[in-house]
Design a protein around this ligand. Structure first.
Ligand SMILES: Nc1ncnc2c1ncn2[C@@H]1O[C@H](COP(=O)(O)OP(=O)(O)OP(=O)(O)O)[C@@H](O)[C@H]1O
Ligand SMILES: [Mg+2]
Length: 629
């Protein structure tokens, strides 16, 4: 008994650790709440779809496989070579060249394996990035094809995460995880076979530690899942909070809420900090524990091996010598580290799969406004528009337009007037088929717009929307969008809509930088830029949803003047809040609660003394009052 004391000590230490961890495992409850990993798609299905993206690059993967053989063979062959060298040296009677060629072979496989690892990393990174850029492109194109209704159901923050983070998680899977997984499995099996060939007795001894590794891995998985979930929730929480509050920072400052928001942020920040610390703690326990098993097996190996070697005593019928001990010493570390690696990679693989599913869910959304199979291309239009008993609801049952019918002659200017929420923007939006209507017909030049290809339909419309959207870029890039125009054409468009004056005052003129969402321009300037953007593309039908924001009188006059000019270009639909804007319109349609209550020109409507008359006198009196003041 006594002569095996060291083994008893090792056994006792492992026993104590196992018991402690098992107790912790039993005591800590793992909430079965959402991990963000729950999936409806099967692993196989996801893998199949992912592999479809990887398929064009099969050649790269073959190269990686071949190169990987180098590092796998290094793991397996190097201990054998070293043990041979040891044996020769130990014998004391050897030719120098015997050692030398073995050392050279060792160096050669080592260099081969290092080069192999480098090539593998480069090829995998390159391929992974290509696959991901393809996937990202598909996701973006798909999001572009979704209708307004579908887009409004997908929060922007989530979409950004899909296109950036989730694709990245998948990229990591292609670039590192899968290759490592395959390599680790091969190394484990290879090392095991090599060990068995050399000495099955010592192999069995090493294998005695495997059940403990399995046990610790199971325990570790429970804790790491918990930690991972907390970190993930914490990160999502803080991201959501940040994105919302950064965009609302001005409001926070105006209402003096900085301190309160800071405290809220602190709480979230601390939660994330604690979660991260927890995760580090879990890994901090797991790695040393596996290392302890590793060292224990080395201790046992040295103890039993040296005992056998020194006393020249066969164990289980096998004699152990110094060379075997050296080989096993090296094998043991090559055996343990891939196992530890596999256990740690498990979650990352799961999270990559979860990301893949989220992306595929977005890719699986069928665009609900699509071209009919026999949709036609419209090259030129006159610009005659008709709504025939149109019923429309954003949400089922909540009718926003209730049987709207009107007719607009080509080149006419028609204005829509009505209280806020009466459906003016909705009408304009339906015309470009941002949404499909539930009942009735919308005709362009007598053709139902559902029968026209969407791209071809929208080409004919120039939309100037209520909140003008400017992209980050330059004044010029915001006017031309993606099309080609000469500077002269751009300037001409600007002159036409009176945007030239303020552009001339800018330090860089047309090349002046436009910041995100155009927040370095005033509301009036943004509106003029959107006019220039519309005019330069020469649409047959222009749609203007006038901003309610207040603009200074000078800009208002400029806008009024450019509007008057634009009215002569083609058919024009205007939603106007300042009724003075639309006095010259050919027809004014007054809406109330999704229905048309009056229509006619300015004079006819004033004469009728209805809703329009009320609105007009109200505004007129207000203006008189302001002037008087
Ligand atoms: N994307 C949407 N989803 C659901 N309901 C919507 C959506 N957009 C508008 N609505 C609803 O439709 C109704 C009409 O909205 P619309 O934007 O057409 O009004 P509007 O006449 O343009 O008002 P305003 O003068 O304020 O611009 C409103 O009751 C609004 O709540
Ligand atoms: Mg509106």
């Amino acid at each position: 008994m006594k002569q095996y004391l060291p083994l008893w000590i090792v056994g006792a230490i492992i026993g104590v650790f196992s018991t402690a961890l098992l107790v912790a495992y039993a005591l800590v409850k793992d909430k079965k709440e959402s991990m963000g990993f729950e999936r409806t798609m099967k692993d196989g299905e996801l893998m199949k779809r992912l592999l479809k993206y990887a398929k064009p690059y099969w050649f790269s993967f073959v190269i990686v496989g071949l190169v990987m053989l180098l590092s796998i063979s290094y793991s397996i062959l190097s201990p054998i070579l070293i043990s041979r060298i040891e044996k020769i040296v130990e014998s004391g009677n050897f030719a120098y060249s015997d050692v030398l060629w073995r050392v050279i072979v060792y160096a050669a496989i080592l260099i081969g394996s290092l080069v192999g690892t480098y090539v593998q990393a480069i090829v995998l990174q390159k391929t992974g990035q290509r696959i991901i850029s393809h996937l990202r492109e598909d996701t973006f194109t798909h999001i572009e094809s979704l209708s307004h209704a579908q887009l409004s159901h997908l929060p922007v923050g989530k979409l950004v995460t899909r296109v950036s983070n989730d694709t990245n998680a998948i990229s990591m899977m292609f670039t590192g995880m899968l290759a490592n997984l395959v390599k680790n499995v091969f190394v484990i099996v290879g090392v095991l076979v090599a060990m068995l060939c050399i000495n099955y007795m010592l192999t069995l001894m090493v294998l005695c530690f495997v059940p403990f590794i399995v046990l610790f891995t199971i325990i570790f998985r429970k804790f790491s899942r918990r930690a991972y979930r907390q970190v993930k929730n914490g990160t999502t929480d803080i991201n959501t909070y940040l994105s919302e509050h950064l965009s609302g920072m001005k409001v926070i400052q105006v209402f003096n809420r900085e301190e309160r928001k800071m405290r809220e942020f602190d709480v979230k920040n601390n939660t994330l900090y604690r979660a991260q610390r927890g995760q580090i703690f879990v890994f901090g326990i797991f790695r040393p524990v596996v290392y302890m098993l590793h060292i224990s097996s080395v201790l046992c190996l040295f103890f039993l091996g040296s005992k056998g070697a020194l006393e020249n005593r066969p164990i289980l019928g096998q004699v152990v010598d110094g060379a075997t001990i050296v080989a096993f010493y090296m094998f043991v570390s090559r055996f343990f580290s891939p196992i530890q690696n596999l256990a740690e990679q498990f979650h990352r693989l799961q999270s990559a799969f979860a990301s893949a599913e989220k992306i595929f869910t977005v890719l699986d959304i069928k665009p609900d406004v699509v071209d009919d199979e026999d949709a036609i291309e419209l090259d030129e239009i006159r610009g005659e528009i008709e709504f025939k008993d149109v019923w429309f609801a954003y949400n089922e049952g909540e009718w926003v337009l209730k049987g709207v019918s009107f007719h607009i002659n080509a080149k006419d200017t028609v204005a829509f007037v009505g209280a806020t929420g009466s459906g003016k923007t909705t009408i304009l939006s339906l015309l470009c088929r941002n949404y499909d209507i539930q009942q009735g017909e919308i005709l362009l030049d007598g053709i139902n717009i559902r029968r026209i290809k969407i791209a071809s339909l929208r080409k004919h419309f120039g939309q100037m929307l209520q909140d003008v959207f400017l992209f980050a870029g330059t004044v010029r890039s915001n006017i031309v969008l993606r099309d080609e125009f000469s500077d002269e054409q751009v300037l001409e468009a600007c002159r036409y809509v009176n945007a030239d004056k303020f552009i001339e005052r800018l330090a860089d003129g047309l090349n002046e930088e436009v910041r995100e969402r155009g927040n370095n321009f005033s509301a009036g300037q943004r509106q003029l830029l959107s006019f220039a953007r519309t005019i330069i593309h020469r649409p047959e039908v222009m749609i203007l949803d006038e901003a309610t924001a207040n603009i200074d009188t000078e800009t208002e006059l400029l806008i009024q003047d450019s509007l008057n000019k634009m009215m002569n270009i083609g058919t024009m639909l205007i939603v106007a809040h300042r009724l003075s804007t639309i006095q010259h319109a050919d027809n004014i349609i007054v809406l109330s609660d999704g229905k048309i209550i009056e229509q006619g020109n300015h004079h006819e409507l004033l004469h009728q003394k209805g809703r329009y008359y009320e609105l007009y006198t109200l505004q007129f009196n207000k203006e008189q009052l302001q002037k008087g003041a």
